[in-house]
Design a protein around this ligand. Structure first.
Ligand SMILES: Cc1cc2nc3c(=O)[nH]c(=O)nc-3n(C[C@H](O)[C@H](O)[C@H](O)COP(=O)(O)OP(=O)(O)OC[C@H]3O[C@@H](n4cnc5c(N)ncnc54)[C@H](O)[C@@H]3O)c2cc1C
Length: 313
């Protein structure tokens, strides 16, 4: 039998969105309980350099920044715990969330900040340089700056890939874009934008065979043309993977409204989902911006929405 606990505000997820929601909810006397999930600190714990979060003029490592956000939330009394949500029943006035199948949390308000997971090709060489921070990235806006005036390769064929390739083209000497099939998946306007950019070279029908490097950093990409079988090496110091993200929303399926790719839908500028008392913030509801600062901003909105919901009851 599970333990049952009653809380005013339950926050699921410990990225910038969840911790910011915890800071605001704690300071509003909502006594938030936050479960960290499988990745305490969220996606930023996998990066060594965060240079674009305001307040860190010298930059900061992802793990250090997340420890500081956690400490700031705890300073105001947020109860930060290990454990992940395995099942939810959001139908009643009191929302039920099961943690590790053992604890049942009954909450007046639930703030969902479970983020999204970047998809990779899962080649061993890609994962090797990703784990070293040696030149593999899934975020051009986050990491493009580190490759100024250098040559990079990006893989992907959708709108986001086109947008990221164009972003990189403004920083880098040359961008080679690898498209697996003979067609883009992006809208015509996005495809045209990359096709009309002088320093973007597009290789259609081309797949990545291996990320090449000296053991520490990326030096090039070996690619193969699917049609001709031709194999060649492209010199590059950065390899950007733009093949999509998977929002962490499986447990909410059938209860919360989502778009076709599983991102939670929120109402207008608010964090309100289709269920009163349930709010969503951060990357789990944002497939457009996906930045730490935008996640943190929406965490603030979610806590304010939750506080107003409680006040109105
Ligand atoms: C390698 C890398 C580098 C990046 N660099 C930058 C950068 O330099 N600057 C920048 O602004 N952005 C950067 N980003 C993007 C940034 O990390 C994200 O936009 C941000 O972390 C999103 O925050 P979030 O709080 O929405 O979710 P996440 O950080 O994704 O956190 C999600 C949280 O939810 C938890 N969770 C998931 N499922 C459950 C569950 N069932 N129960 C409980 N908890 C759960 C996870 O454990 C995690 O704690 C980078 C991303 C990556 C991958």
């Amino acid at each position: 039998m599970s333990n049952i606990e009653r809380v005013k505000c339950l926050i699921i997820g410990s990225g910038p969105a969840g911790y910011t929601a915890a800071i605001y909810a704690a300071r509003a006397n909502m006594n938030p309980v936050l479960y960290q999930g499988m990745q305490p600190g969220g996606q930023l714990t996998t990066t060594n350099e965060v240079e674009n979060f305001p307040g860190y003029p010298e930059g900061v490592t992802g793990p250090e920044m997340m420890m500081q956000l956690q400490a700031q939330a705890q300073r105001f009394g947020a109860d930060i715990r290990d454990g992940w949500a395995t099942k939810v029943d959001l139908s009643g006035d009191v929302k039920k969330v099961w943690i590790n199948e053992t604890t049942e949390v009954h909450a007046d308000t639930v703030i969902i900040s479970t983020g999204a997971t970047a998809k990779y090709l899962n080649l061993p060489s890609e994962q090797h340089y990703l784990s070293l921070g040696g030149g593999v990235s899934a975020c051009a806006v986050c990491d493009g700056f580190f490759y100024r005036n250098q040559e990079v390769v990006i893989v992907g064929a959708g709108d986001s890939a086109c947008e990221e390739a164009h972003y990189l083209s403004q920083l880098c000497k040359k961008v080679t874009m690898l498209v697996r099939s003979e067609k883009f998946r992006a809208s015509v306007i996005m495809e045209e934008r990359v096709r009309n950019t002088e320093n973007i070279e597009i290789l259609m029908n081309t797949v990545t065979e291996e990320v090449l490097g000296d053991g520490n950093v990326v030096t090039g990409i070996r690619v193969k043309n699917n049609e001709t079988g031709e194999v060649k090496e492209i010199p590059a110091t950065g390899f950007f993977v733009a093949i999509g993200h998977k929002p962490n929303t499986d447990i909410f399926k059938g209860q919360l409204n989502m778009d076709e790719t599983g991102y939670l839908l929120t109402e207008g500028k608010t964090s309100k989902t289709n269920i009163p008392g349930v709010f969503a913030c951060g990357d789990v509801q944002d497939k457009d911006y996906r930045q730490a600062i935008t996640a943190a901003g929406s965490g603030c909105i979610a806590a304010l929405d939750a506080e107003r919901y409680m006040a109105s009851k």
